[in-house]
Unconditional design. Structure first.
Lengths: 226, 152
C-alpha cells in the first residue's frame, strides 16, 4: 500500500468517524430538545391546573363564607323574632282558651239543652205511643181471647209493628241516632207491655198445658231428635 | 248389666229432677258416713234416711244378698250412686214455676218423647213470656212465646 493510499484510507476513516459522531451528536441534540419541549408543556399544564384549583378553592371559600353569613343573619333574625313569635303563640293559645271557655259557657249548655229536649220529646212521644199501645194491645188481646194462641200472638205482633211504624213517623227532624234510641226504647216498652198482657192472661195451668202441647208438637215435627 | 238397669228404673221412679237427684246423693253420702259407726246395723242406718230412699236400698239389698250386712249396704250405696250419676239431665226454661204434679207430668212427657233415662233441670225465666226453651245434649229448641212473637 502506498502512502497516498494509506492517507486516503485514513482520511476516509476519520471522515466516517466524524460523520458518525456528528450524526450521534445531532440525534442527542434532537432528543434533548424534544424532552425540553415536553417538560415545558407539562410545567405549563401543571401551572394551569394549579390555577384552576386555586380558583375553585377560592370560589368554595367565598360561597361558604357567604352561606355562613346568610345563616348567621337568618339565625340572628330568628332570635330577634323569637320573642315576637312566642308572644303571638301565647296570644293565640289564650284566644283559643278564651273561645273554648266562651263556648263552654254559652254554646255547650245550649247544645246540651237542645239534645236533652230532643231526647225528652222523643221519650214523650214514645210514652204517648206506649199508652196508646197498651190500650190498643189490651183491646186487641181481649178481642182475640177466644181465638187460638197463635192468632193472639199474630194480633199482638201486628199491633206492635203498627205502633212502632207510627212512632217513627212522629220523629221527622230527629237524627238517625235519636230515631234509633226512640225505636229501641219503644220496642222495649212494647215488648214489656205484651209480656205483661200475656202473663196476666196465662195462668200457670195454661202455661203448663201450653208447654206440654209444644213438646208434643215439636216431637211430632221431629224437632226433639238428638 | 240387668242389675244396673233395674236400679236405674227404680231411681227414675224416685227422681224427676236434678234437685231430686242431689237430695238422693246427699242421703247416700250420709249413709256412707254412718257405715263407719261400729255399732251401726243396716236397719239402724236405714231408719235415719228418708223412707223412699231406705225402701230403695232395702229392695236392692234383698235382691242382691240373702243376709245383707253393713258391707253389702256399702256396695248397694255405691251401685245406686253410680247409677244416679249416669242419668242424663235435660234442661227446661219455663216462664212459670211448676208444681210437683206438673214436674212429674213434664218428666213423663220428656221421657216418653226424648229420653226414657232422663231427669229434668228447671230454670225460671219469666221474660220468655210462655212456652219452653229445651236444651238436650248441646241442642237448644226455643219454643218460647218471646221467640214466637218475634217471628210471627
Amino acid at each position: 500500500m502506498t502512502t497516498a493510499q494509506l492517507i486516503l484510507t485514513l482520511t476516509i476513516l476519520v471522515t466516517l468517524v466524524l460523520v458518525f459522531q456528528i450524526t450521534l451528536a445531532g440525534l442527542l441534540f434532537l432528543s434533548w430538545k424534544r424532552f425540553k419541549t415536553d417538560e415545558r408543556a407539562l410545567k405549563y399544564a401543571a401551572k394551569k391546573l394549579s390555577q384552576q384549583l386555586l380558583d375553585i378553592f377560592r370560589d368554595v371559600e367565598t360561597e361558604s363564607k357567604n352561606l355562613i353569613l346568610d345563616t348567621q343573619a337568618e339565625a340572628h333574625q330568628m332570635l330577634v323574632n323569637l320573642p315576637l313569635i312566642s308572644k303571638t303563640l301565647e296570644k293565640n293559645s289564650q284566644d283559643l282558651a278564651e273561645t273554648l271557655k266562651t263556648w263552654q259557657r254559652s254554646e255547650l249548655p245550649k247544645l246540651q239543652k237542645t239534645y236533652t229536649e230532643s231526647i225528652q220529646k222523643a221519650i214523650d212521644i214514645t210514652a204517648t205511643q206506649t199508652d196508646q199501645a197498651l190500650s190498643h194491645s189490651i183491646a186487641a188481646f181481649e178481642q182475640a181471647l177466644n181465638s187460638s194462641l197463635q192468632e193472639q200472638l199474630q194480633t199482638l205482633s201486628a199491633e206492635r209493628t203498627k205502633i212502632l211504624t207510627q212512632t217513627q213517623t212522629h220523629l221527622d227532624g230527629f237524627t238517625e241516632q235519636q230515631k234509633k234510641e226512640v225505636a229501641s226504647k219503644a220496642e222495649a216498652i212494647l215488648t214489656q207491655v205484651i209480656t205483661n198482657v200475656l202473663h196476666t192472661q196465662l195462668s200457670p195451668e195454661d202455661q203448663h198445658n201450653l208447654v206440654l202441647g209444644q213438646i208434643e208438637e215439636a216431637w211430632q215435627k221431629g224437632m226433639l231428635k238428638s | 248389666m240387668k242389675k244396673t238397669a233395674a236400679i236405674s228404673d227404680l231411681l227414675l221412679e224416685l227422681c224427676f229432677t236434678t234437685q231430686d237427684r242431689a237430695h238422693l246423693l246427699a242421703s247416700l253420702e250420709k249413709v256412707g258416713q254412718m257405715l263407719y259407726i261400729k255399732s251401726a246395723t243396716v236397719e239402724s242406718i236405714l231408719e235415719k234416711v228418708p223412707t223412699n230412699y231406705a225402701d230403695l236400698l232395702r229392695h236392692i239389698l234383698n235382691q242382691l244378698f240373702s243376709h245383707p250386712s253393713a258391707d253389702d249396704l256399702e256396695q248397694a250405696v255405691s251401685l245406686v250412686t253410680a247409677s244416679a250419676q249416669k242419668i242424663e239431665s235435660i234442661e227446661l226454661e219455663l216462664a212459670y214455676i211448676p208444681s210437683r204434679s206438673q214436674v212429674q207430668a213434664l218428666s213423663e212427657t220428656i221421657r216418653a218423647k226424648i229420653n226414657p233415662n232422663s231427669i229434668l233441670s228447671f230454670s225460671y225465666k219469666p221474660d220468655i213470656i210462655g212456652g219452653v226453651i229445651l236444651q238436650n245434649q248441646g241442642k237448644t229448641v226455643d219454643l218460647s212465646l218471646k221467640a214466637a212473637l218475634k217471628y210471627v
